[in-house]
Design a protein. Structure first.
Length: 306
């Protein structure tokens, strides 16, 4: 079974230029160049045009002085035409622009833009919540072009967190799919089952554990097929997608988390979606693509929740 090749937030075709991060003058040089392009991030959202393209600006469009934004600048990458920078931590503003989340528009952006923006949003969240050393509590300094923080007291360095989580399209021997609705979701909102990998646990063991905990269904560990991954930086997840086969079908939902868990045949799934009794995750999510992979043909966007 081939990997899913079109996961929207996993696309990236720009050199991240890791070799430039140790250059102490990288930002000064980039700020003085007319080929530099800047993406401003505000509260985890990105600026977009009416036709849903990212708005990149030159350094001259930033009204705040360089020294004011220096500690919030992140080197995203380079290509033959431009150096790409993000300004995070809400230090700069742009007027009369729409700000949207990558949750909703990721599938509409180019590979270049989504690959750069997903890193910018992830680093925005990390810098906002990791300003102090976890060892001694000292305020840390931004280093390595925004990709690390340094503690001047104990000389430790700290790097962005990535939290692995599994997500699985579970099928039974009748090729039905197992979908669930979390307690906080609206009626009709369903998705594949997912959960965070615990300390000392493999992603495969997590699939088996989470499916049983949330739905009471036993999964055959030998049936697991890895289908791909994509970042989900809200705030710091990496979603690992699997296909799995159930060896039991009786349902026993975890009431603390799940409002419903249900098996759907393809006919039941299609009928429920057409009647809008079943609303799916949008097409920026790996859940959508796992469901579509099972369904075997394109899923209309009208079946998804916005």
């Amino acid at each position: 079974m081939k990997l899913i090749s079109d996961l929207p937030l996993a696309r990236f075709d720009t050199d991240r230029a890791a070799g430039m991060r140790s250059n102490a003058n990288w930002l000064t040089d980039a700020w003085a160049s007319d080929s530099t392009r800047i993406l401003v991030v505000q509260e985890g959202n990105v600026p977009v045009t009416d036709d849903v393209s990212l708005i990149w600006v030159k350094p001259s469009a930033i009204s705040e002085p360089l020294e004011q934004v220096r500690d919030s600048a992140v080197l995203l990458g380079v290509d033959t035409d431009h150096t790409y920078i993000a300004l995070v931590n809400d230090v700069a503003s742009l007027d009369a622009i729409s700000w949207l989340s990558l949750r909703g528009i990721g599938s509409q952006l180019s590979s270049r833009d989504v690959g750069l923006a997903i890193a910018a949003v992830a680093l925005n969240s990390w810098h906002a919540t990791h300003k102090y050393c976890p060892r001694c509590g000292t305020a840390t300094l931004v280093v390595q072009a925004g990709w690390a923080r340094h503690c001047p007291t104990d000389n430790s360095e700290h790097y962005p967190r990535t939290e692995p989580a599994m997500i699985a399209a579970v099928n039974d021997d009748k090729d039905r799919i197992l979908l669930g609705r979390r307690n906080e979701w609206q009626p009709g909102w369903f998705s594949t089952l997912a959960g965070f990998v615990e300390a000392g646990e493999s992603a495969e063991a997590c699939v088996v554990r989470e499916v049983f905990e949330e739905a009471g269904v036993h999964v055959d560990p030998s049936s697991l097929i890895y289908l791909g991954s994509q970042p989900w930086p809200f705030p710091a997840s990496l979603m690992l997608g699997y296909r799995a086969t159930a060896v039991s079908t009786e349902l026993a939902r975890e009431e603390a988390e799940m409002a419903e868990v249900r098996w759907f045949s393809k006919e039941e799934f299609e009928a429920a979606c057409i009647k809008q009794e079943l609303r799916l995750p949008n097409d920026s999510t790996i859940a959508f693509h796992l469901i579509q992979h099972w369904y075997g043909k394109p899923i209309p966007t009208e079946w998804t929740r916005k």
